[in-house]
Design a protein around this ligand. Structure first.
Ligand code: ADP
Length: 164
């Protein structure tokens, strides 16, 4: 069996920046598990089921990637999946401090697991799920920045919320 890596995150929603990192990761790993993890500091716009649906649609065209949900420490999930590597994306210096903290905490929890950072294409270096939600909530065009189904789902979600 080849090397598996975990790409964890909230993916609320998945963006082309996430996909860019996934595709780059496949140059180094045989199988990537997109792990939708718990994040007690964030409330999400999309349910777990909705996020899985959006991710699965993208995976139809990207082989060797699967999606799973975990509700435990990331290092424990990685161990359970026989993955020795956690992948994270680094957009700008602003990501660095948080990512540095998380990587060292995860190393403290399990020194067998390494965190690998990849940088996206410059066109996605400013892209966050949060900015997509802000722009999307006011009807701004984000169609070139997120996958097709995610775009439809965000439009429907805000149409529904704005009607309430
Ligand atoms: P989290 O809630 O853990 O920050 P996210 O879903 O926001 O999870 O992101 C998951 C990972 O993908 C993080 O490492 C994040 O830095 C990275 N990421 C998000 N957007 C981009 C992007 N546009 N380019 C590169 N990496 C990104």
């Amino acid at each position: 069996m080849g090397a598996t890596a975990i790409y964890p995150g909230t993916f609320d929603p998945i963006t082309n920046g996430h996909i860019d990192i996934l595709i780059r990761s496949l140059k180094a790993f045989d199988h990537i598990i997109v792990g939708i993890g718990p994040n007690p500091t964030k409330t999400t716009l999309f349910s777990i089921e909705e996020r899985i649906l959006m991710i699965k649609e993208c995976l139809n065209s990207i082989p060797n990637v699967s999606v799973e949900v975990f509700d435990c420490l990331l290092v424990d999930f990685a161990k359970r999946k026989n993955a020795k590597v956690i992948i994270r994306g680094l957009r700008a210096i602003s990501d660095f401090e948080y990512e540095f903290q998380m990587a060292l905490m995860n190393r403290k929890l399990d020194s067998d697991i390494e965190t690998v950072f990849l940088m996206p294409s410059e066109e996605y270096s400013y892209l966050t799920s949060s900015i997509i939600k802000v722009v999307g909530s006011f009807g701004g065009d984000v169609s070139s920045l997120i996958p097709k189904l995610a775009h439809e789902m965000i439009k429907n979600k805000f149409n529904k919320i704005n009607k309430e």
